[in-house]
Design a protein around this ligand. Structure first.
Ligand code: 3H9
Length: 654
């Protein structure tokens, strides 16, 4: 086994290298070895300065999160950083890759920081339900402008090297990191070691009003997640007290949050997202090399998929029914790319490059040289079968064929092709270039190679893949339908849409289910229910409220009315007496004496419905593991990440 920390001394400069793949996390072994190295260097009079660097792809990406479930073991990270700060000689952090969390805190303990131009620096602890626990809230605001420190710590969003240099977080950007770091170390040795950040005075702080306004602003944005607000309080404490006291208070706050359910949930999510299940035989299968992706259909979904593929570097051919529809789709895709450029997600030359890889046209001919073709046409079995029959004729024999269906039987679709082993479901969520979840539907005959390719494509698209078996709605939509049904039952029993939505907002959802339905449009669901009416179990409880709303032409925001009323094209919904009247009539028809349902009972029933369906999905083998269900609900359906997902809420722990 390689040593986690090595020291090489040359011409009075010690280069200390941390080597703990894959991301150089500060595990106990690394902390212990680093503490030992610091002590040795301090005792070695031949050393005049130190460069702290990392082997592999990145600087230290943080504390070792896997150790957070056990009691902390000395030496603790704050002590190691203090030893660097108070070392006899100056230390320079040579940063490449990502200096995150405890990694950046380590760098803040050094006398100087130098970064590779592609380096990224940040304190993402709030994303784990924590605050920085090794001096980040104390040292950062003593180094960079207070507003910048607040943004970095309370949002958890990292900054690039250029921004880091601009705000003074790093002293220099390197041409040659190793050589330039040594040069900076030598300079500091000659100039004299600067005073440590934690020895500087409290920062001049703004008025009380500033902090209160900031606190309110953050609390509004994070919808019940505690850590960003705690982080602001920690910074306020840190800048108004002497560093020694502030470090102790930060540590105590960090340890308290580490024990919180929100932090446990967010840490669980961190690993659940990285370890979504894959069938055993997929691990050994070689994925196909995908360069060119075909997309059938250029509506909202098809355009979004095409844009996502272009943004990820694939060549894309988008086919529509006729030239006009193809032109409209091309405009839609260009619009998405432009919007991405405006948000800084892609450069202007990047847009031009993406468009150069993009081709649209009518018919199926342009799919002939595609490695993967994704169908994104109207959600109707006959239409989909017709598309696959055509694709089977034109696509290369080794091309993968995917359906973006959100609930139809992929086996039935695959049966229209000569080789169903190359057919898979790729269920994107709208908007497809934004939403992280990708349900990979493993149909009966899908081959391991096809599935392995789907995973590889998900990775290139930077999506979170979750494998689902074939059933009506797969994992996500099936659970969504179940809890949606429960919400409609609660309407019959006494709740109103705005009360259910308010309970969901309180829980941390960005929107309530009825507001979301109005945004998405009610007509497609209505059409589906009418189609399914003949096969519905007549004994099963069925709420007619949604149908009655649709019968009045209320299809949501696009028609100015749905579950709510929208005035003059506004997106803000108002409770509508007409909807209330329908609900009360249904309660009466069914013989319910309406009762008030408190918010906690509403959430209890929503979670219960989700958990029952989730358990069935698991028992039937539709989902491979419980945490996959949580990942699907968080990334596709707005379940608040800091609540961990329905299975986590039911007590599931891996
Ligand atoms: C902290 O620092 C607290 C301190 O303030 C105070 C302490 C006292 N620990 O994401 P990837 C694993 S809190 C353990 O696929 P990428 C990960 O699970 C920490 N393991 O790679 C995966 O394992 P596997 C603050 C970790 O290139 C493998 O490494 N830091 C850690 O897409 C590769 O990860 C953070 O929150 C960790 N800290 O992205 C940063 N990090 O191969 C968290 C990663 O078995 N990390 N692993 O599935 C990240 O954001 C991304 O991993 C990173 C690389 C951007 C670094």
């Amino acid at each position: 086994m390689t040593q986690p920390v090595s020291v090489a001394i040359e011409d009075g400069i010690a280069v200390v290298t941390i080597d703990n793949p894959p991301v150089n996390a500060m595990s106990h072994a690394v902390r212990a070895a680093l503490a030992e190295a610091i002590a040795k260097i301090d005792a070695d009079e031949t050393v005049s300065a130190v460069v702290l660097a990392c082997a592999g792809r990145t600087f230290v990406a943080g504390a070792d999160i896997r150790e957070f479930n056990q009691p902390p073991k000395p030496p603790h990270l704050p002590e190691v950083i203090e030893a660097i700060e108070t070392s006899r000689v100056p230390w320079v952090a040579a940063i490449h890759g990502t200096a995150l969390g405890g990694g950046l805190e380590l760098a803040l303990g050094c006398s100087g920081r130098i970064a590779d131009p592609r380096a990224v620096l940040g304190l993402p602890e709030v994303g784990l339900g924590l605050i920085p626990g090794a001096g980040g809230t104390v040292r950062l605001p003593r180094l960079v402008p207070l507003e910048e420190a607040i943004a970095i710590i309370t949002t958890g969003k990292p900054v690039g090297a250029a921004k880091a240099a601009e705000i003074g977080l790093v002293d220099r950007i390197a041409d040659d990191l190793a050589a330039d770091a040594k040069a900076l170390a030598r300079e500091l040795a000659t100039r004299g070691k600067p005073a440590p950040l934690s020895a500087s005075d409290p920062v001049e702080t703004p008025e009380v009003d500033f902090w209160e306004a900031k606190r309110e602003e953050i609390a509004r944005k994070v919808r019940g997640q505690l850590s960003p607000v705690e982080a602001l309080d920690a910074i306020r404490d840190a800048v108004t007290h002497h560093a020694g006291d502030a470090l102790g208070a930060e540590r105590a706050r960090f340890l308290r949050l580490k024990e919180s359910e929100q932090s446990e949930a967010l840490r669980y999510m961190f690993f659940a997202e990285r370890n979504t299940g894959r069938p055993d035989d997929v691990r050994d299968a070689e994925p196909a090399d995908i360069r060119k992706v075909g997309v059938v259909g250029g509506g909202t979904m098809g355009s979004g998929i095409a844009a996502a593929c272009l943004l990820a570097g694939f060549s894309v051919a988008l086919g529509e029914q006729d030239a006009e529809a193809a032109a409209r789709a091309a405009e839609r895709v260009a619009g998405i790319l432009d919007a991405a450029a405006r948000r800084g997600l892609i450069s202007e030359p990047g847009v031009a490059d993406a468009l150069a890889r993009f081709d649209t046209g009518a018919g199926y001919g342009l799919f002939a040289d595609c490695d993967l073709v994704i169908e994104a046409v109207f959600e109707d079995m006959d239409v989909k079968k017709a598309v696959f029959a055509e694709l089977d004729k034109v696509a290369r024999r080794d091309a993968i064929l995917a359906s973006n269906t959100s609930y139809l039987d992929v086996n039935e679709i695959a049966a229209t092709t000569a080789d169903p082993s190359r057919v898979v479901g790729l269920h994107f969520f709208s908007p497809a270039h934004v939403m992280k979840l990708l349900e990979i539907v493993n149909a009966g005959a899908t081959s391991p190679r096809t599935l392995a390719t789907a995973f590889a494509v998900a990775k290139t698209l930077r999506k979170t893949p979750v494998v689902a078996g074939v059933c009506d709605g797969f994992i996500g939509n099936r659970i969504f339908s179940a809890f949606r049904r429960e919400c409609d039952f609660m309407l019959e029993e006494g709740a109103l849409p705005q009360q259910i939505d308010a309970a969901m907002l309180d829980f941390g959802f960005a929107m309530g289910i009825y507001a979301v339905s109005d945004l998405a449009g009610l007509d497609i669901g209505w059409a589906t229910r009418k189609r399914q009416a003949a096969t519905r179990d007549p004994q099963a409880r069925y709420s007619r409220i949604a149908d009655r709303i649709c019968e009045r032409g209320r299809f949501g925001q696009k028609t100015g009315a749905g579950w709510y009323r929208y005035e003059d094209g506004s997106r803000i919904g108002h409770p509508d007496p007409e909807v209330e009247k329908i609900i009360l009539e249904e309660s009466e028809r069914l013989g319910f004496r309406r009762v008030t349902l408190p918010a906690d009972e509403i959430m209890h029933r929503i979670l219960g419905a989700m958990q029952r369906e989730a358990q069935a999905v698991l028992d039937e083998g539709i989902a491979l593991k419980a945490s996959d269900i949580d990942v699907a609900l968080v990334h596709g359906y707005g379940f608040p990440r800091h609540q961990g997902g329905p299975m986590f809420k039911a007590g599931y722990r891996p």
